[in-house]
Design a protein around this ligand. Structure first.
Ligand SMILES: Cc1cc2nc3c(=O)[nH]c(=O)nc-3n(C[C@H](O)[C@H](O)[C@H](O)COP(=O)(O)OP(=O)(O)OC[C@H]3O[C@@H](n4cnc5c(N)ncnc54)[C@H](O)[C@@H]3O)c2cc1C
Length: 253
């Protein structure tokens, strides 16, 4: 946590830089929170851990491709120690495949599907799972008004498995762009990998457009936080904006 120095007026509410595979793993974000304080996160990929001492933290911020994170931190004071988390793995348990499932028992949230926190989707996904559980409980009550929970657990785990597919594809798809990522099944041929590479290239272009077009930035934030479905980025509106962006980039000065 940081506090801006008296008199410093940032021209942003939330400052965020994004990593770009495969060469630019470092990213940083500053969120303004209660009490005029800043929640500051620095991140990277693989073994490139951000330091937890103040000087090293600032130096890491200075290495980001966008100078504003470092400039802003130079105008702020640390309010406490820096904490580091290294739990960036994606983990999915297939409880839905158990042949026998205990009655009156369910698993939800990270206990089933935990994804790299860098993408900020775990709480949303756990909440979607809790909402699905609420619906299943209502259905169960309608079916068995006497309060019997028989069959609920197994049915819910199957539904949750379908729900988890989205966040799992997003997180493993994004991590798959990094050569440092371990444990992924790499595709056998460049041809099979082509759609994924095309999507990643398109996502990079969308990020470029988002830097100057608030509508696209909003779209990416909403898709990133699972408020909108992933396929919204492939609608004609954003596709057209990317196309225009590319055409302008190739116009002679
Ligand atoms: C560093 C970091 C940053 C993150 N940032 C974001 C973010 O910005 N946005 C986002 O959406 N997600 C983020 N996540 C992911 C998010 O925190 C998790 O996906 C979410 O908290 C999962 O909720 P949960 O209830 O399943 O598990 P948890 O929040 O982990 O809750 C499980 C609880 O069970 C308790 N517990 C464990 N074992 C026992 C036991 N034996 N008996 C009793 N209690 C027990 C634990 O103490 C804990 O309180 C982040 C995760 C990390 C590690």
């Amino acid at each position: 946590m940081y506090a801006p120095k008296p008199g410093f007026q940032p021209d942003w509410k939330l400052l965020s830089t994004v990593p770009r595979a495969p060469d630019q793993p470092r990213s940083g974000a500053i969120f303004t929170v209660e009490g005029n304080r800043w929640l500051v996160c620095l991140a990277s990929m693989g073994e490139d851990h951000p330091p937890t001492d103040d000087a090293g933290f600032l130096e890491f911020a200075r290495s980001l491709p966008v100078a504003k994170v470092h400039e802003s931190l130079m105008n702020a004071e640390p309010l406490g120690p820096i904490y580091r988390s290294g739990s960036t793995e994606n983990r999915l348990y297939h409880y839905e495949k158990l042949r026998r499932f205990p009655e009156s028992f369910v698993l939800v949230g990270d206990s089933v599907c935990a994804v790299n926190p860098l993408y900020g989707q775990g709480i949303t996904n756990a909440t979607l799972g809790a909402l699905a559980l609420a619906e299943e409980l209502t259905r169960q009550r309608d079916r068995r008004p006497q309060g019997d929970l028989q069959g609920l657990g197994a049915r819910f785990q199957k539904r949750l498995a379908r729900l988890n597919k989205d966040v799992w594809m997003r997180a493993t798809g994004a991590d798959g762009a990094w050569p440092q990522t371990r444990g992924l099944k790499r595709p056998g041929s460049p041809l099979r990998d082509a759609p994924k590479r095309a999507l990643r290239a398109y996502a990079d272009l969308l990020l470029e457009v988002a830097a100057s077009q608030p509508e696209v930035a909003r779209l990416l934030v909403e898709v990133g936080h699972m408020v909108r479905p992933s396929y919204d980025v492939l609608r004609p509106g954003p596709l057209l904006r990317v196309l225009v962006h590319r055409l302008r980039a190739h116009q002679p000065a």
